[in-house]
Design a protein. Structure first.
Length: 213
């Protein structure tokens, strides 16, 4: 996320999965928007609906859904932090990958919505040994290729192997991300980033609640 819109992240990621106790009450019945006339299986963010999750994606099962919450972003060259709202969508179509989308909106000091902010889209591609390949494209002209070890159904850590930037994009050299389940069912993540000639340091953090799945 490279649009002024999360700083130090959660100090500890949960080590147990207790279920989505903090989910929206109607989350089991909801799904991402569906194209009912699509001639092939549409993506589903609800494991109760649509095709079965591919067995290669079972290590990512807790991520499948739509998550919404707030976070902070800090920049090494800009006074902050800035606060933002965000929605993450992890969905699948029965094949051995998850689709990923992040939409953000910049928040004011009183929580008011100021404007749309950063967007990301991509794919999480678990391999047969459980390791992760993750591709994320930013609307700001950056494409990142991440790798990570097999997660433990509670946390997933990925780190860039390559970053491709358009001429107009910000100077980003690398990123590390840690996603984890906290607070008996919420999703938290932190992003450390080397950018604008500065060393790797905290850039994003957010705490999200399940609204679908």
């Amino acid at each position: 996320m490279t649009d002024p819109a999360p700083g130090d992240g959660p100090e500890e990621l949960s080590t147990t999965i207790s279920g989505p106790k903090n989910a929206a009450p109607d989350s089991p019945q909801r799904n991402r928007p569906q194209w009912d006339d699509l001639p092939i299986p549409d993506d589903t963010a609800n494991l109760r609906q649509g095709p079965d999750l591919h067995e290669q994606c079972l290590g990512l099962l807790p991520l499948v859904g739509v998550w919404r919450g707030t976070g902070e972003v800090v920049y090494p060259t800009i006074d902050g932090p800035f606060h933002f709202g965000q929605q993450l969508t992890f969905a699948h179509d029965g094949r051995p990958f998850l689709t990923y989308e992040a939409r953000s909106w910049l928040l004011g000091q009183d929580g008011e919505i100021i404007r749309p902010a950063a967007r990301e889209t991509g794919f999480w591609r678990p391999q047969e040994d459980g390791s992760l390949e993750v591709l994320i494209a930013h609307a700001t002209g950056i494409i990142e290729m991440y790798y990570g070890p097999k997660g433990d159904m509670r946390s997933w850590e990925i780190e860039t192997d390559a970053v491709v930037r358009t001429p107009s994009a910000k100077d980003v050299q690398g990123s590390k991300r840690l996603y984890g389940l906290v607070n008996q069912g919420d999703l938290a993540y932190v992003d450390e980033r080397a950018m604008e000639g500065q060393p790797m340091q905290p850039h994003l953090s957010a705490l999200l609640h399940r609204v679908v799945g």
